[in-house]
Ligand binder design. Structure first.
Ligand code: FES
Ligand code: FES
Length: 157
């Protein structure tokens, strides 16, 4: 079967596999992490047609015809290989976490939040961040990063 991942059509052999393992093992997109495997931690988060999705619970067959975005698909690569980070990535560079195990969930949840709501309240940021577990307790920097990403997206540098 074919899937659309980060704007490219990719051929997938393991059609009965979960999306998480197709991304990591078949397509080499290891920015999507494995944590709990039961839909709780958020480290396996991707976007499917712009919606926050736990790839550890998602059969790859269910995303046929849909657009999958992983952490690797956010930055833009321009002429000469110049990389421009997504505003959410830039904001997390400025407000770093520790081990990064939770990063896919926090970054992709923030991308989805800010696409839907360019100016979230602190409570809305907390609600979005809270669906992803951070075992290092980095929620303060997550809050700051999402607020900063909203600023960057609005162009108020
Ligand atoms: S690995 Fe998918 S939610 Fe934890
Ligand atoms: S930074 Fe380690 S789990 Fe969040």
């Amino acid at each position: 079967m074919q899937v659309q991942v980060n704007g490219k059509t990719r051929q997938v052999q393991r059609e009965d596999e979960l999306l998480l393992w197709v991304l990591r093992d078949e397509l080499g997109l290891t920015g999507t992490h494995y944590g709990c495997g039961i839909g709780i931690c958020g480290s396996c988060t991707v976007l499917v047609d712009g919606q926050v999705t736990r790839s550890c619970l998602t059969p790859v067959a269910s995303v046929a015809g849909k657009a999958v975005t992983t952490l690797e698909g956010l930055a833009k690569v321009g002429r000469g290989g110049v990389v421009t980070l997504h505003p959410v990535q830039q904001a997390f560079v400025e407000n770093p976490l520790q081990c990064g195990w939770c990063l896919p969930g926090h970054v992709l949840s923030a991308v989805a939040l800010l696409d839907a709501n360019p100016a979230p309240t602190p409570e809305q940021i907390d609600d979005s961040a809270g669906i992803n577990l951070c075992r290092c307790g980095g929620y303060n920097n997550v809050r700051k990063a999402v607020a900063r990403a909203a600023e960057l997206k609005r162009g108020s540098l």
